[in-house]
Design a protein around this ligand. Structure first.
Ligand code: PLP
Length: 415
């Protein structure tokens, strides 16, 4: 970054500091990942210069021949990654904007939408009162069964029959178990609701055939590209062909202006990588790693929400060790382990405090860490949490974290 170093040393320093932070910390935030340097290169390219309102071969600007190449590649590869003939729009700037374009295509203000309760794992864009979704629509939420802490399809069906939603949304930010898209699509058929799946968190697992597939069941599938898919920050919409015109015009000009062509180029690169056999191995390892962590947490008598995980994340209930999610996040931050506080189902604490933390394995798996390192990491988490007031112990754990991350340098595995 020779130009940046010279022209803007402050921004240059912040970027170098961030790179160092990413290298030195054990990154357990379930929605984050380390994307490949090839993706970073595409994203940092001259394609950021180009205005390309419209779609390939139908643009409002001249000079779009090369951005057309990358957008067409991104579309073609996205279909291949998910083995689908759904229509694809790769332009949404984010997952939230992908959801917005879908909702605007099928709902009118005040229409009813049935989606997962945020307190049980849903996302802000699934109806939080401070999000556009919560203020525009009548949101009815389903949670998880109090006993099993898993989706209760009978409850969802009852809510659907009672409230007659125009749309039912499946997908979550903090749900560790499989989602049965087939059952949900049957409920949608019964109540004549559109079925939307937001697969942002689990897209990589679905691409690798390690989670039930929503294609064929959902009318619309949205995703982000930066979580398990390990691409650049952004969104994508898939829809049944009959909705293609509506979706395209709701993304542009409905909710966005010019597409971020440098990001779309990076999405194309990420999709190419997602088609490789190594990507499947990587997704498999993400799951093996979460299973290894769960085993070790259980050995240490921690309670795992719903008792297990089928995907890339787990929810740890900290009630038994008398710590809040907020306290645990702060303590772990002091030993260079990054997690986020998270509500557990039917949490008695507020969303600012919480009784749990969410832990995910996509990022550490990208560094090449496997089951033995999962055992070490759980060990460090446990040691830090139970010795929260012992500075000596905490600095010993921080040293062990340092040694671990140094043996798995960031980007060594990905190059
Ligand atoms: N949908 C789900 C399920 C998510 O977890 C997230 C982000 O965490 C989003 C959508 C929104 O993505 P973005 O932050 O790109 O708007």
């Amino acid at each position: 970054m020779k130009y940046l170093r010279e022209i803007d040393p402050e921004v240059f320093k912040a970027i170098i500091d961030e790179q160092k932070r990413e290298d030195e910390q054990i990154e357990l935030i379930a929605s984050e990942n380390f994307t490949h340097p090839a993706v970073l290169e595409a994203q940092g390219s001259v394609m950021t210069n180009k205005y390309a309102e419209g779609y390939p071969a139908a643009r409002w600007y001249g000079g779009c021949e090369y951005v057309d190449v990358v957008e067409s590649l991104a579309i073609k590869r996205a279909k291949e990654v998910f083995n689908t003939d759904y229509h694809v729009n790769v332009q949404p700037h984010s997952g939230t904007q992908a959801n917005m374009a879908v909702y605007f295509s099928i709902l009118k203000p005040k229409d009813t939408m049935l989606a997962m309760d945020l307190a049980c794992g849903g996302h802000l864009s699934h109806g939080h009162p401070k999000n556009f979704s919560g203020s525009l629509y009548n949101i009815v939420s389903y949670g998880v069964n109090k006993k099993t802490e898993m989706l209760d399809y009978d409850e969802i069906r009852n809510l659907a029959i009672e409230n007659k939603p125009k749309m039912i949304l499946a997908g979550a930010s903090a749900y560790p178990r499989k989602i049965n898209f087939e059952k949900l699509s049957q409920i949608c058929k019964e109540v004549k609701a559109f079925f939307v799946v937001d697969m942002a968190h689990i897209a990589g697992l679905i691409a690798a055939g390690l989670h039930p597939n929503p294609f064929g069941y959902a009318d619309f599938v949205t995703t982000t590209t930066h979580k398990t898919l390990r691409g650049p920050r952004g969104g994508v919409i898939f829809c049944r062909p009959e909705f293609s015109r509506k979706i395209d015009s709701m993304v542009f000009p409905g909710t966005q202006g010019g597409p971020l062509m440098h990001v779309i180029a990076a999405k194309a690169v990420a999709f190419k990588q997602a088609l490789s056999p190594e990507f499947k191995e990587y997704q498999l390892q993400i799951i093996k790693n979460i299973k290894a962590m769960i085993k070790e947490f259980k050995n240490r008598n921690y309670r795992i929400v719903s008792g297990d995980s089928d995907n890339h994340l787990l929810l740890l209930d900290l009630t038994s060790i008398n710590l809040s999610g907020k306290e645990a996040t702060d303590i772990l931050g002091r030993v260079n382990i990054t997690v986020n506080k998270n509500l557990i189902p039917y949490d008695k604490k507020s969303p600012f405090i919480t009784s749990g933390i969410r832990i995910g394995t996509p990022a550490i798996t990208s560094r090449g860490m496997k089951e033995p390192q999962m055992k070490d990491i759980v060990n460090y988490i446990d040691e830090a949490l139970i010795n929260k007031a012992n500075e000596q112990k905490l600095s010993e754990v921080k040293q062990k974290v340092k040694e671990l991350v140094e043996s798995f340098p960031l980007y060594k595995e990905l190059r």
